[in-house]
Design a protein around this ligand. Structure first.
Ligand SMILES: [Zn+2]
Length: 135
């Protein structure tokens, strides 16, 4: 099945691994691939048009904390600071856990257990991976 979203580049212009290119067998590679979908999704959600900070979330800024895009922007900023090539498993699982919360909260009640939309499928594999990590 063809994925809807295409390979993108992050703010620094570094290429991230494609979701479909899951040839990496390492757990960090798998985690980095899984983080691509929420990255893409949240980037679509967050509107940086009126952002004074160019999308760099700053905890010390009242404007950031009160921003309607607070959760997504904070996550994107955090992810930007993680280098998938050198990141630890716990860094990546931490980011994945937050992403699951975000994507899960974003899903409407219409999504049933056996729903096969992209977000539901992503949630399913992301949760599976977390479960396999906590064993
Ligand atoms: Zn669904």
């Amino acid at each position: 099945m063809a994925r809807e979203f295409v390979k993108h580049t992050d703010a620094e212009g570094t290429d991230m691994a494609t979701l479909t290119g899951t040839r990496t067998r390492t757990i960090t590679g798998h985690l980095a691939n899984l983080l691509e979908y929420p990255n893409w999704l949240i980037e679509r959600d967050v509107d940086f048009t009126n952002c004074k900070f160019d999308g760099n979330f700053d905890d010390s800024q009242v404007a950031c904390v009160n921003c309607q895009y607070e959760a997504g922007c904070k996550w994107l900023t955090g992810l930007r600071n993680i280098n998938p090539a050198t990141a630890s498993v716990s860094e990546l699982t931490g980011a994945l856990r937050i992403a699951i919360g975000y994507v899960g909260a974003r899903q409407s009640a219409g999504h049933q257990k056996n729903c096969s939309c992209e977000a539901c499928e992503w949630l399913c594999s992301a949760r599976q991976l977390l479960r396999s990590q906590s064993r």
